[in-house]
Ligand binder design. Structure first.
Ligand SMILES: [Zn+2]
Length: 407
């Protein structure tokens, strides 16, 4: 007798090459059987998922849920309540506030939360960070003591740090990461005040060349300076070489880091990204409505519009991010025996306005919305949707949202 049966859905699980109608049976917190037809009488509980997509629990490798000294919102808002079972907080706590992170974030989340530490002792939003604030030994110690939580070091290549430190913070982050056996996540793109000196492409190239297999670079579609392209709009060869040696290429949007034109240029020059993630900021009281409106599922709409297949999109939010986090033996797959992390989704059709960070909009025709999420076999309904109308992007207004719409 099974505890739970997901009946009648289409399983899309790139980790096993599956895209077919299969029932999924769960016992306790594990996936115990998948087959074209499992009888309802064999399960204590049945969830009808006919016409829906049954995917491994989605993974978002780039979120910001921890903000030292501030109130915080529930990580599950971007996690299990939004169709996502695993998230990583990318560069919230440093060595001085890691314990605070654990107290405030980990103990309250049903979503599995991993951490990318900052090399700086505390996250400061004021003056540019100083070399004396870096804590290589602290990061190594915390990572070794907490292998189930700490998966990497987040490092930012942008004017605020580069102008005061050059790439010393990248060197220090790399030293700590290699010593502790964890990954680097490197931010590229000149966030911050508009009138600052852009980071020269040579510096970005130099930073990219420091990444090792298993590390990641994030924001490759950002329209900001100091990112994927040189002055002549040519893809930095270091980015291509990084991917060739096994560095993961991530596309997190946040509020500033997706541009349609930039994405076209990067894709046209042959760089295909590996992962989709959000860079979503969650603050107390905001839910997903302010700062970053796009949750992971809403952002996948942009990729479907760019011509990525549904299987691509699910691979980029399940199996591949699981490999990046080094958790592919326990997440990102619906194989029998795995923990029952499942995202049941619906693919809906419409006309949606997909606006980039420059204000350009294109019209998308397919969107994924959460139906129900299983975390370790527990059934969790979606929470409050990010928009007043629900989970899909805003509806495109006839004749208004067609800027750059090539279709
Ligand atoms: Zn970020």
């Amino acid at each position: 007798m099974y505890d739970l049966l997901l009946k009648g859905g289409t399983v899309i699980d790139p980790s096993q090459g599956l895209n077919e109608e299969l029932d999924v049976a769960i016992s306790g917190n594990r996936i115990s059987h998948t087959a074209p037809s499992i009888r309802e009488q064999e399960s204590a509980k049945v969830v009808d998922v006919a016409g829906k997509i049954v995917a491994p629990g989605l993974i978002d490798i780039h979120t910001h849920i921890y903000h030292p000294g501030r109130n915080w919102n529930h990580p599950d808002v971007a996690g299990v309540r939004a169709g996502v079972t695993t998230i990583a907080d990318a560069g919230g706590p440093g060595s001085a506030d890691f314990e605070d992170f654990c107290d405030y974030v980990l103990t309250k989340a049903e979503t599995k939360v991993y951490s990318f530490l900052s090399i700086f002792r505390e996250r400061s939003l004021g003056a540019p960070p100083q070399e004396s604030e870096m804590d290589v030994d602290g990061v190594i110690r915390i990572a070794r003591d907490n292998p189930e939580i700490v998966k990497g070091v987040k490092v930012i290549v942008a004017p605020r740090t580069v102008q005061s430190l050059g790439l010393k913070h990248v060197e220090a982050s790399k030293r700590a990461a290699r010593e502790a056996g964890i990954r680097i996540m490197m931010h590229i793109g000149d966030i911050g005040p508009k009138r600052q000196t852009p980071t020269p492409p040579e510096v970005v190239a130099q930073a990219l060349a420091m990444l090792d297999p298993g590390d990641a670079v994030t924001h490759v579609f950002t329209p900001l300076t100091g990112a994927a392209l040189d002055e002549n709009d040519q893809l930095l060869s270091e980015l291509r070489e990084a991917q060739e040696r096994g560095v993961f290429i991530d596309t997190s949007y946040g509020d500033f880091n997706f541009g349609w034109e930039r994405a076209d240029t990067v894709l046209a020059q042959g760089l295909k990204p590996d992962t989709i993630a959000t860079d979503i900021e969650i603050h107390a009281g905001d839910g997903m409505r302010k700062l970053s409106e796009r949750g992971l599922l809403e952002y996948t709409t942009f990729f479907l519009e760019m011509g990525f297949s549904l299987e691509d999109v699910i691979r980029m939010t399940t199996a591949t991010p699981a490999r990046y986090l080094g958790i592919e033996d326990r997440a990102g797959s619906l194989a029998v025996g795995r923990e029952a992390d499942v995202s049941v989704l619906e693919l809906v059709e419409g006309r949606w306005q997909l606006t980039d960070a420059t204000g350009e909009s294109r019209v998308g025709s397919q969107a994924l919305v959460p139906v129900v999420t299983l975390k370790s076999g527990r059934v969790i309904e979606p929470g409050e949707a990010p928009h007043s109308w629900g989970w899909t992007p805003p509806t495109a207004v006839e004749g208004v949202a067609s800027v750059g719409d090539g279709s």
